[in-house]
Design a protein around this ligand. Structure first.
Ligand SMILES: *Cc1c(COP(=O)(O)O)cnc(C)c1O
Length: 391
């Protein structure tokens, strides 16, 4: 290199190989592309997911590390990381459905997913049937020759209904359709849908997996190699891939997932049981409570804990809900969930505002319903905050 001029040497920075040791933390490979010694290796790597790294939209070592980490936790064969949870969901929906196809989805869906399914129906000639998340007979009755997949969520938002994954996935398998499960609320620490028969798991890693309210991302986990090859090609054409730094933040957060989930679940338990006894509260919705419709199923499907999200209904309706939102001091009024901070939200005026009053009622959300995503703060500080906001 010594014969090169300074202008050229400034561009071509030395990259000494690391020999005899390895970094402990996953490095951030902040590069958009990779260079090759052998043009044949480059050509051969472009068309398959497990070739040499070629281009950032196709794959990147930091991103691959995240894909392997989530797939490993979920018990899947492979993962595809994406720039958001909706990116992961759309890789699956657009990657598998074509005009004329039919899908069956559970009635209570994450708002963004529900909106996307409405788009598929309105603009792409796809039809949908909604069934309860725990009714395998209704699923069986809804399936037609053109049904391609069933779409479920382990724990729904904000009423925390638990899907009967073993029964629903068994019907899907029996009828030859794919089952897709959004496992964002449960995380693989509480539930691994593939063990219950799911073919595909999707995550918004924005939530518990990254856990620190500092990154947006998603992952698709495939139970088998064939589905991976099919969707990998589609994902790179769609341009859904994440940034290496976002993937690194997610990986770092995931190292403490088990500790955080324990605390999220304990704090939810602490707050939900106290709220259930409060005179201003008419109902608390958390699968850990014996009064919850999913309690028995949750005991089987979520042996590691009932999750960190719950909701409750205020006797005073909308006015009480709005007053509560502006009275919390430790908990923050914010969308999203799964981070270390406790967040509160009034679904009727925010996340579920697009639902018609009739749809809102059907999903169990009242004018005075408040959603709480329990963080990892001290439980006594959280209860002191919520109870002063109720006073
Ligand atoms: C947040 C969320 C999504 C969407 O994820 P983004 O990262 O916001 O795109 C999908 N499903 C569930 C259950 C979520 O909570």
């Amino acid at each position: 290199m010594s014969e090169l001029r300074p202008e050229t040497r400034a561009v071509h920075v030395p990259q000494p190989p690391i020999e005899g040791s390895r970094p402990i933390s996953v490095p951030i490979y902040q590069t958009s592309g990779f260079t090759f010694d052998d043009p044949a290796v480059m050509a051969e790597s472009m068309g398959r997911p497990d070739g040499a790294y070629v281009y950032g939209r196709y794959s990147n070592p930091t991103v691959r590390s995240l894909e392997l980490a989530v797939a490993g936790l979920e018990g899947g064969a492979h993962g595809i990381a994406t720039g958001s949870g909706m990116g992961a969901i759309n890789v699956v929906l657009f990657g598998l459905l074509k005009p004329g196809d039919h899908l069956v989805a559970q009635r209570s869906l994450y708002g963004g997913t529900a909106a996307m399914i409405n788009e598929l129906v309105a603009r792409f000639g796809i039809t949908v049937t909604y069934v309860p998340e725990n009714d395998p007979a209704a699923l069986r009755a809804a399936v037609r020759p053109e049904t391609r997949l069933v779409y479920l969520e382990t724990i729904s938002n904000p009423m925390t209904l638990v899907a009967d994954l073993p029964a629903m996935c068994e019907v899907a398998r029996d009828l030859g359709i794919l089952s897709v499960v959004d496992n964002t609320f449960a995380t693989p620490l509480l539930c691994r849908p593939i063990e219950h028969g799911a073919d595909i798991v999707v995550h918004s890693t924005t939530k518990y997996l990254s856990g620190h309210t500092d990154v947006v991302g998603g992952v698709v986990v495939l139970s088998g190699r064939e589905l991976y090859d099919e969707l990998w090609h589609f994902a790179i054409e769609l341009g859904a891939s994440p940034d290496p730094f976002a993937s690194w933040l997610t990986l770092r957060g995931m190292q403490t997932l088990a500790l955080r989930m324990r605390r999220h679940c304990d704090n939810a338990h602490h707050l939900a049981t106290r709220l259930a006894e409060h005179p201003a509260v008419t109902a608390v919705h958390w699968p850990g409570l014996a009064t919850h419709p999913s309690h028995e199923l949750a005991g089987k499907l979520l042996p590691g804990g009932f999750g960190g999200v719950f909701s409750f209904d205020l006797a005073g309706g909308r006015a009480a809900g709005e007053k509560f939102m502006s009275s919390v001091r430790v908990a923050l009024l914010a969308p999203s969930l799964g981070g270390v901070e406790t967040l509160v939200l009034h679904p009727a005026s925010t996340s579920h505002r697009s639902l018609a009053p009739e749809e809102l009622r059907r999903s169990g959300i009242g004018e005075g319903t408040v959603r709480v995503a329990a963080g990892i703060e001290h439980p006594d500080d959280l209860w002191a905050d919520l109870s002063q906001a109720l006073a």
